[in-house]
Write a protein that binds this ligand. Structure first.
Ligand SMILES: Nc1ncnc2c1ncn2[C@@H]1O[C@H](COP(=O)(O)OP(=O)(O)O)[C@@H](O)[C@H]1O
Ligand SMILES: [Mg+2]
Length: 289
């Protein structure tokens, strides 16, 4: 029986549980492990997590890489690459996870491939950041490797806004700043699996808020995509190279792709639409292994 590793930290995570069920549904054996316990033994060439030998798996689905410091992230990413070199199918591929996790790289690739994305400046220079703020008027500053809306800040071109930006610069030395796109108080999360749209939801910010992430109090509502939104989501996941992805689209004067998540949760779309994206992910794997 094929053994499908599921990299997940929280054993109660909805997506991790659903992936396990989907793997069983397709007649394969789920093997859950956490990257928080990863070990690579150079002498024996074994790579394992707890008691689980990762090198005997047929495939690995990455639900999450676990909470990590800078060192940990690079170690876990290296392990993914090494598993792939050993012939194990890794989904999403390490390269695509890295591209999706890095907002600078994603923005660059969207722009280069003609995918509409908000005006963005990424800089190590405070004067450039201030100039961008004055041209945007209202801006969104984000951690380059952020997720779940954590650390996403709105900054205005006012005295207090300039102060805030200087403060952010002092703490990070690297500013990723984007024009704020006026929107209907919601954004769109599209799930793309293997070049097809598996489903989509609106994420509506809580009253008074403007950050729509479900983990920041946003709520999920069913959403029917326009042809243009569907095309953008497929193109964006294509340039990042993910097998499965959550593509964030915001509706401004036109549709813009904000970012791609290479390890998205399937819970919100299941609760809002009863669509289980993990079944599509594992169906794809079943076809490969
Ligand atoms: N340029 C923008 N204009 C307006 N709202 C934005 C913009 N960028 C992000 N947001 C809001 O902030 C949320 C989080 O931003 P996002 O880039 O998706 O980062 P994260 O990786 O933390 O989810 C988005 O879902 C959206 O609600
Ligand atoms: Mg997002």
């Amino acid at each position: 029986m094929k053994k499908i590793g599921i990299a997940v930290t929280d054993l109660n995570d909805w997506t991790g549980i659903a992936l396990g069920n989907a793997v069983r549904h397709y007649g394969m054996q789920p093997v859950k492990f956490s990257f928080s316990e990863a070990t690579s033994d150079i002498s024996s060439g074994k790579i394992y997590s707890g008691k689980i030998d990762l090198t005997v798996l047929d495939a690995v689905v990455v639900r999450d890489l676990g909470p990590a410091t800078h060192n940990d992230v690079s170690f876990r990413f290296d392990i993914l690459c090494q598993l792939k070199e050993l012939g194990i199918v890794v989904v999403n591929s390490p390269d695509s996870i890295a591209r999706a996790a890095n907002k600078y790289v994603s923005s660059f690739l969207f722009r280069r491939n003609g995918i509409p994305t908000p005006e963005t400046t990424v800089t190590n220079n405070l004067d450039e950041a201030l100039a961008a703020l004055s041209s945007f008027g209202r801006a969104v500053v984000k951690p380059v490797f952020g997720y779940k809306g954590i650390g996403v800040e709105c900054v205005r071109n006012s005295e207090s806004g300039v102060q805030k930006l200087k403060e952010l610069f002092k703490n990070n030395r690297l500013i990723y700043m984007q024009e704020f796109i006026p929107n209907p108080g919601r954004d769109i999360r599209v799930f793309v699996v293997n070049g097809n749209v598996a489903g989509s939801i609106y994420r509506v910010a809580p009253p008074g808020g403007w950050i729509n992430n479900l983990s920041q109090g946003g709520s999920a509502k069913p959403c029917v995509l326009t042809d243009e939104q569907e095309r953008l989501a497929l193109e964006a996941s294509g340039v990042i190279g993910t097998v499965y992805a959550g593509v964030d689209i915001i509706e401004g004067d036109r549709d813009y792709v904000i970012e791609i998540n290479g390890t998205p949760s399937g819970k919100g779309i299941f609760e809002a639409c009863r669509v289980d994206v993990t079944m599509s992910i594992v169906e794809y794997l079943k076809g490969l292994t």
